[in-house]
Design a protein around this ligand. Structure first.
Ligand code: PLP
Length: 414
């Protein structure tokens, strides 16, 4: 029974999403994920070759021939799916091997795979914390951690984004809790900035707190050998819980993990609900992820190229006169402050053969609309030079080149 009143209410909600201009349209990609892709947008339009500046394919491994071949091999040798959760009959040797290799790569004590990092974050807090404990999270943590914290009975508190004074105050306030857990992203996905993990670890030592880092936008490329933000910030071995995804730099398919202290990982194996009640990572993904880690352990070539591309891109955009968010990560937001402007510019860039998406409230705070660009090791400098020219052309059309934040807001509103 689907009451017509309910149907009408849902239709009205959808209409209101459209009216507000925040309806998310999908674009259809007709090629493998890569630096240049073939896109159909809108539905039915001719296919267009575009430079892709908005994927999480940081290391360009999503369609790498060796990774694809490894997936094929695992598919042939171990089958398509497990038809089971891990603890019933869903664990193959390659799952254990992958957990071991991730542990080695991340420099932790143990690792447990989840169907996704969303699931890892949904399961981990509830598995290791109770009502005597407190979770103190950066205010900009990813939605998956927000959801995971909601499922957990521990007290919740937050500190202002990357504000160490505020975090210290919160740690002092919660000195009577059994466990204090500081929760942060390693790299924040919308701004591309890094958590100050060295300072966070120092505060954790001072106030006997545990540190949790979601390194989904860092594993594989941040740090000299790509281990993540803990390597970049020289706190390797000091993070108690790292969660990360196989769905971005590490091949880009799906899968995630909790990696860290041995007891925490074991408690997840016993209690984490997305681990106990959702299917094992499919064999082709486990096989391909093993190949990814083998490639990354042999050479830093890809993360080095990503770093060089990022430096080039940040410098070129700043020189062209765009307002960008400073940082070291390959996430480079171009600030526009006005939602409509972000949509207009991304649409014009698409016409120019550049695939980017404009983000605005509620994905980012109100008045902080932007186009988020992301570098990949698959880009090359000539490709990025072409992209910069397109950005300059469109930026000039809207008269924003050389304007600072105030200038853009005066011209377009916020
Ligand atoms: N954590 C962060 C910081 C993310 O950006 C994302 C995905 O966007 C996730 C977790 C979820 O990852 P997965 O796709 O593996 O569920």
């Amino acid at each position: 029974m689907y009451p017509s009143a309910v149907q009408e209410a849902y239709r009205a909600e959808l209409a209101s999403i459209r009216e507000k201009g925040i309806f998310k349209e999908e674009r259809f990609i007709h090629s493998p994920q890569a630096a240049d892709i073939r896109v159909e947008f809108p539905r039915g339009a001719d296919l267009k070759e575009v430079i892709n500046l908005c994927s999480n394919n940081y290391l360009g491994l999503s369609s790498h021939p060796e990774v694809v071949a490894a997936a094929h091999r695992a598919l042939d040798e171990r089958g398509y799916g497990m038809s089971s959760v891990r603890f019933i009959c869903g664990t193959q040797d390659i799952h254990k091997e992958l957990e071991g290799k991730l542990t080695e790569f991340l420099g932790t004590e143990d690792t447990i795979l989840f169907p996704s990092c969303m699931d890892a974050n949904a399961g981990v807090f509830e598995a290791v914390l109770n009502e005597q404990d407190v979770m103190i999270a950066d205010r900009l943590v990813h939605a998956s951690m927000v959801d995971g914290m909601r499922l957990c009975r521990a007290k919740q508190d937050t500190y202002k984004h990357a504000d160490m004074k505020h975090l210290e105050q919160k740690l002092q306030e919660h000195q009577d809790a059994r466990i204090r857990m500081i929760i942060t992203d390693g790299v924040f996905s919308m701004d591309g900035d890094l958590a100050p993990l060295d300072e966070i670890c120092a505060l954790a030592d001072k106030y006997t707190a545990m540190v949790f880092v979601d390194d989904s936008h860092a594993t594989g490329f941040m740090g000299k050998t790509g281990r993540g933000t803990h390597e970049h910030c020289s706190v390797f071995g000091r993070i108690d819980i790292i969660t990360t995804t196989l769905g971005k730099a590490l091949g880009g398919a799906s899968g995630g993990c909790v990696s860290g202290r041995a007891e925490i990982v074991e408690l997840c194996r016993q209690r984490a609900r997305p681990y106990l009640f959702s299917n094992a990572v499919p064999p082709p993904i486990a096989g391909a992820a093993l190949k990814v880690l083998e490639i990354l352990s042999k050479t830093t070539e890809r993360r080095d190229k990503l770093e060089a591309n990022t430096k080039f891109w940040r410098r070129a955009l700043a020189e062209a006169g765009f307002v960008i968010k400073e940082g070291d990560s390959p996430i480079v937001p171009i600030m526009l402050f006005n939602a409509k402007l972000s949509q207009d510019i991304s649409r014009d860039l698409y016409r120019e053969g550049i695939y980017v998406i404009g983000f605005f409230f509620p994905v980012v705070p109100a008045g902080q609309a932007r186009i988020r660009t992301q570098m990949s090791a698959d880009h090359d400098i000539p490709m990025l030079e072409r992209a910069v020219e397109s950005f300059k052309k469109v930026g000039a059309k809207y008269g924003i080149l050389g304007l600072d934040k105030k200038g853009i807001i005066e011209k377009y509103g916020q």
